[in-house]
Ligand binder design. Structure first.
Ligand code: PAD
Ligand code: ZN
Length: 379
């Protein structure tokens, strides 16, 4: 009488068109094929990256689509050949696959996988399964997957290599944030930048990703953490999580990087951009000290042409780095779950709202109005 091998009808949020609210619809979710897993989503956070694809500014989106890439759930059934998870296991789907065989998976230098590196824009990769078909249909139409995850559905199908199996007692309403926002910001600080004890740091953009970067800087032992946002409402939380100073570029009478350079006797050791866009990237570079300043880029700004930089910035000893998903993969995310359970970091502070899944448009409005850090949707 189980659902294994059968089509499941359930609710999902579909983006039919760019710039329009999502629609909660009944969808059919096909059973998993070889090396695929059908997952019942229990909780999912809403990340800024979900909104990029349905922005009218974004070109090349695959629509209609089921968004969502920060989810956690329970395996409902597995297709032939799946050995890493079984029905009933708790899992976090990851948008960076981990085949464990390719040159990237075998290298300690990256969390990438060959399957992730083929395309140019990860925002529109993994829109279909390996056989180039979708497992979702709605009203007779095939619906695209998103980031290989599509967490905004009560049931989804993902590849086995996109799953991290986590502890049975993990709190899915919190560890869903390890699927993107927390891991990205925290990992940007501790894995990519490798922030050092006693260092000075600047973090631009205080959403879920930037606040997590602040947690990472503090965990790494930074002595000064300067938090920057154009929305001063974000400052109390940044301070509570470890920021020592907060700056709003709109309230300064000179560029924020000049103010930071003055405050820090020549610039910070580490700067992390969690907002995106050429203006912030430029400030991120220019607020670091000559000699050894290290900039890490995380933020994505679609309408922006990117950074034009003078070679002198680098000749003077600065380093530029970027990160996708903070350096974590399917092998290391379960360890992050254990660290959370052991109290190494707190995720509650990032969750400003909890809403039933069908209120997803309310969650989008809260994010767009700068009123939320993370809304966790409960399915
Ligand atoms: P968010 O929208 O919750 O937070 C972004 C914050 O940046 C907001 O508080 C804004 O007010 C602030 N901001 C905007 N413009 C500026 C500016 N000029 N100067 C200072 N602050 C500014 O987003 P989020 O925290 O969910 O995500 C942050 C970015 O990171 C976003 O671009 C997202 O797409 C990207 C991201 N990247 C990865 C990755 O792996 N590289 C993963 C997840 C998210
Ligand atoms: Zn994300």
């Amino acid at each position: 009488m189980g659902t294994k091998g059968k089509v499941i009808k359930c609710k999902a949020a579909i983006a039919w068109e760019a710039g329009k609210p999502l629609c909660i619809e009944e969808v059919e979710v096909a059973p998993p094929k070889a090396h695929e897993v059908r997952v019942q989503i229990i909780a999912a956070g809403l990340c800024r990256s979900d909104t990029h694809v349905i922005s009218p500014k974004f070109e090349g989106a695959f629509l209609p689509v089921i968004l969502g890439h920060e989810g956690a759930g329970i395996v409902e059934s597995v297709g032939p050949g799946v050995t890493n998870v079984k029905p009933g296991d708790k899992v976090i789907p990851l948008y960076i696959p981990h085949c464990r065989k390719c040159k990237f998976c075998l290298s300690p230098l990256t969390n990438f996988c060959e399957k992730f590196c083929k395309g140019k824009n990860p925002l529109i990769e993994q829109e279909l399964m390996e056989d180039k078909t979708s497992r979702f249909t709605c009203k007779g139409k095939s619906i695209y997957h998103f980031f290989g995850i599509s967490a905004f559905s009560q049931y989804t199908v993902v590849k086995d290599i996109n799953l991290a199996k986590i502890d049975d007692d993990a709190n899915l309403e919190r560890v869903c944030l390890l699927g993107c926002g927390f891991s990205t910001g925290y990992g940007a600080a501790i894995n990519t930048a490798k922030v050092t004890p006693g260092s000075t740091c600047a973090v631009f953009g205080l959403g879920g990703v930037g606040l997590s970067a602040i947690i990472g800087c503090k965990t790494a032992g930074a002595s000064r953490i300067i938090a920057i946002d154009i929305n001063s409402d974000k400052f109390p939380k940044a301070k509570a999580l470890g920021a020592t100073d907060c700056l709003n570029p709109k309230e300064l009478n000179k560029p924020v990087q000049d103010v930071i350079v003055e405050m820090t006797n020549g610039g910070v050791d580490f700067a992390i951009d969690c907002a995106g866009g050429s203006e912030v990237m430029k400030a991120t570079v220019e607020c670091t000290t000559v000699g050894w300043g290290l900039c890490t880029f995380v933020g994505v700004n679609l309408a922006d042409k990117g950074l034009a930089i003078s070679p002198m910035e680098l000749i003077m000893g600065r380093t530029l780095k970027g990160t996708n998903f903070g350096g974590w993969d399917a092998e290391t995310v379960p360890k992050l779950v254990s660290d959370y359970k052991n109290g190494k970091f707190d995720l509650d502070a990032l969750v400003t709202h909890t809403l039933p899944f069908d209120k997803i448009n309310e969650a989008l409005n809260l994010l767009n109005q700068g009123k939320s850090i993370r809304t966790v949707l409960i399915f």
